[in-house]
Design a protein around this ligand. Sequence first.
Ligand code: ATP
Ligand code: MG
Length: 405
Amino acid sequence: MFQLSPETQIALKTLNRAGFEAYLVGGCVRDYLLGTSPTDIDITTNAKPEEVKAVFCDYLTIDTGIRHGTVTVSINHQAFEITTYRVDVGYSDGRHPDKVCFTASLYEDAARRDFTVNAMAYHPDTGVIDYFHGRDDLAAGVIRCVGDPVRRFGEDALRMLRALRFAATLGFSIDEPTAAALRQQKHLLSQVSAERVTAELFKLLVGKNAGQVLRQHLPVLAAYLPELGQLDPDMTGALLRRLPQTLHLRLAGLLIRLPFEKAQAVFERLRLDNKTKKNTLSLLTLYHKRYSIDRHSLKYQLWNFGVSTVLDYYTLMAEARAIADDSLGANDARRATAQVRDIIASNECYSKETLALRGADLAEFGLVGAQINEWLTHLVYEVLDGRLENTREALLNYIRKKNKQ
Ligand code: ATP
Ligand code: MG
């Protein structure tokens, strides 16, 4: 089950040979036990950060979060986050510990972690060290806080979104006392930074069980994004369950039933990268504009939004209509998808790339740079509106004629 890479073995052995304890910990132990390969390996040790750096002096080390005890060590290009056993003290702001204290106890380090399934440690000599019965919860598919959930969510409100995130990605349910604490403490989420919320929300949304989690726990998200409070959890959950696990589709699915301005207000509060923002806004724009789905209009949509967005949009529309029991609307969306595929397959023009002419052809008329671009755009409109045939001959004749004028 625990197929440690040679680099992971070097990391553990290097610390052990210098007299320190060292264990894999957290997500990687959970993932190994689930039989999935972990994305990254975290190591916990009783070595202090300066000692970690000294022990790994032959390797590249980075002071990732040295005040919190974390040093990143690169071994043959594999990065390990090595963190000193610690306890987090205080949390008077509901976000960060007031103070981080190093400790000699692996137990205390495990006790500060969020969920039982994330609080296990592993070393090849000891096997899994599981103070909080994480393995039982893993087998039962349960997310349960380590310790008293009301207190743990009060210390760091982000943990509430992490609970939803792990339930969504692992397909787990949330243990009832932990779920009750979510309901009780959700108002504290407003204290958390947009960066941290966005990171967890995105992982949640693309999780295989995002739909189920939102159906049950949408009010938790609404505590951070009040606009979501007006959504029907059943409908929202059902829609997300049917959508592919793609971020912009799921995000658009979450916001699709809000008025456009409210969806935009949500955007303002999240930290979206430009690509996700553009893709999601395009989907919402298409949805709210309700363009007709005749061939001419579809080609305009392809021209304005691009192939992948238009196909995504009709996927979204088909599912949104289907869960609203609008089978006619769902059929329209499927017919639109079929037409779009047909437009593409029959080499019809809906972009500069699908014009039967290249920029180089225009250069032969003595046109340059921006002029070429303007011409190509003009030609696309002429073809889209049926004033011009999309053949090389027809396009060249048109330019010759216009050039003479
Ligand atoms: P992933 O596979 O997404 O990386 P992960 O479990 O490794 O999941 P991380 O965010 O990388 O999650 O955190 C690593 C570990 O640190 C967690 O498994 C958990 O033990 C602990 N942890 C992370 N965030 C918190 C938190 N807010 N409160 C308590 N413990 C946390
Ligand atoms: Mg991790």
